[in-house]
Design a protein around this ligand. Structure first.
Ligand SMILES: [Fe+2]
Length: 379
């Protein structure tokens, strides 16, 4: 098979690696820095913890208006802020929402127009340099070159993809996740597992994406319960951060698939948290796809620690194990999202329209998605 493997981001990984932030800024030649985050990052004190490593020779301005399921108007406002403040570097600090929004901001601030246009239009190389500092072990956005943004007029999530919007440097520091609450650790952790499984099994995957995806599954399977049960377990936090990073590398070089199609529909219409939606849907979509990905799901199961020679049995045990893990780490069921069945048709149509639908192991129509929403809701 033919494939390209592009990795535009330098990854600097390790406990305390944020201490190198000023060196990274000096290498880029930063003078005026814009930090893109959400209000939660300020409230949690993470901003101070990270930005104290920036030298006093630099000016810092903060744009903290990014919402969950980042909106098109968040990107436009951020780009206007960047232009008005004449910043020369952007730091994205937070989970997937600020990092995805920042990727849009660095392009629109330099190339103009509306972020929605870039779903179809090519992004040029002239973007503000971006440094991504994740504070969850889930998004993988620090190493992907795509950004998922909500079109608030159409209630639809679109994807902007280009190596030019990828972070120049990803500073991946597991210490930043030590204070992450258990519920967010759980939901974002299963989001990362979803990235790994979908990256590994996507119809368009390639061998490097498969390899890192499978290895990510091992890390996440080994550490997710420990990280949720004891946030101070440094080895578990480190393992989850590594797993999330590898999962991000996997899906950015392959794709996500049906789980994300459904989760992104829920995010765009009902503004439900991305990680939570994925975590609820994952095992059910795997059951749906099992006849189309038996051997691969068996390898997923074995990476999670299942000992079983028969592929079908192994795959089924792997799906059961994911359900058990989800229950053990306190993830709720689909009903808890409070989505009325009258909304399922629209969600199903948006899922089918999603650009990643074609990557699902099982070809899915809107009718198939609707039937799955009904099935999950009845459990
Ligand atoms: Fe995701």
């Amino acid at each position: 098979m033919n494939f390209d493997f592009i990795l535009p981001s330098t990854i600097k990984y390790g406990k305390g690696i944020v201490q190198e932030l000023d060196n990274v800024l000096n290498e880029i030649g930063a003078k005026k820095i814009m930090v893109v985050c959400d209000p939660g990052i300020l409230a949690a004190g993470i901003m101070d913890k990270v930005m104290k490593h920036v030298g006093s020779d630099k000016e810092v301005v903060v744009f903290s208006e990014i919402e969950a399921n980042p909106k098109d108007y968040n990107v436009q406002a951020g780009a206007e802020f960047a232009i008005r403040e004449k910043v020369d570097v952007v730091i994205a600090l937070g989970g997937g929402s600020p990092i995805d929004a920042a990727k849009g901001i660095v392009a629109v601030a330099k190339q103009g127009g509306a972020i929605r246009d870039y779903a179809e239009k090519k992004i040029g190389s002239d973007c503000l340099p971006l440094i991504a500092i994740p504070t969850t072990a889930g998004t993988g956005s620090e190493v992907t070159f795509s950004s998922v943004i909500t079109d608030t007029k159409e209630n639809f999530k679109f994807t902007v993809k280009s190596p030019h919007i990828a972070a120049k440097v990803a500073l991946v520091d597991p210490e930043l996740t030590y204070t992450l609450p258990a519920a967010i650790t759980a939901a974002t952790g299963i989001d990362a597992l979803t990235h790994a499984i979908e990256g590994y099994t996507a119809t368009c995957t390639e061998p490097i994406a498969e390899a890192v995806g499978l290895y990510a599954i091992e890390y996440i399977g080994k550490y997710i319960v420990r990280a949720v049960k004891n946030g101070s377990d440094e080895e578990a936090r480190d393992g989850m951060m590594t797993g999330s990073l590898l999962a991000g590398l996997s899906f950015s070089h392959a794709d996500v698939a049906g789980v994300h199609c459904m989760a992104e529909a829920l995010g765009s219409v009902y503004d439900k948290p991305h990680g939570l939606c994925n975590s609820i849907i994952l095992p059910h979509m795997m059951t749906e796809c099992l006849p189309f990905a038996e051997m691969k799901y068996a390898r997923v199961a074995r990476a999670l620690g299942i000992k079983e020679d028969d592929d079908k049995k192994a795959a089924e045990k792997g799906i059961d194990l994911i359900k058990e893990i989800s229950a053990e780490i306190g993830l709720p069921d689909f009903k808890s999202l409070g989505v009325e069945p009258s909304g399922f048709r629209l969600l199903a149509e948006l899922s089918e329209k999603n650009g990643s639908n074609g990557s699902n192991p099982k070809p899915m129509t809107a009718d198939d998605y609707e039937a799955l929403f009904v099935k999950i809701n009845a459990l």
